[in-house]
Design a protein around this ligand. Sequence first.
Ligand SMILES: CC(C)(COP(=O)(O)OP(=O)(O)OC[C@H]1O[C@@H](n2cnc3c(N)ncnc32)[C@H](O)[C@@H]1OP(=O)(O)O)[C@@H](O)C(=O)NCCC(=O)NCCS
Length: 114
Amino acid sequence: MIIGIGVDVVDITRIEKILQRRADLFIKKYFPCEYDNISIKPTKIAGLYAAKEAFVKAIGLGMDKTPLSKICIGYDTYGKPYIYGDLVRDNWIVHVSIAHDGGVAVAMVVIEEV
Ligand SMILES: CC(C)(COP(=O)(O)OP(=O)(O)OC[C@H]1O[C@@H](n2cnc3c(N)ncnc32)[C@H](O)[C@@H]1OP(=O)(O)O)[C@@H](O)C(=O)NCCC(=O)NCCS
């Protein structure tokens, strides 16, 4: 049963400006799980940020209860992203898809309970 969907769009230039000003702080604050494994490219970060916000929307409890730092994103060997971490319940399958083009990154998340 699908229990939530979420979508988010992020302006890549906005992320680029943040990274220029305080990349280290920004990455440590929002991407502690991904810190060691991601390239600090605006497009990449914008997609991951969009995926995290889409996950927050899919859960539906807001940022306070679903902080971005606790939403972890990894990639399989084919480059397909997946979401993991304490917020993901054992009986959930979390589907996530990311795309970027035309200066924006977009992500969609579907949470399925099994
Ligand atoms: C998925 C694919 C169609 C992307 O198409 P695109 O139009 O060039 O790019 P988009 O902006 O729409 O999508 C890029 C996003 O697709 C996602 N993606 C990449 N490979 C994927 C896959 N195998 N399955 C699902 N999603 C994938 C990623 O999230 C990527 O963004 P990110 O790396 O910044 O997170 C293309 O990259 C592809 O066919 N990949 C196959 C796997 C591959 O070649 N892997 C190379 C590394 S082993």
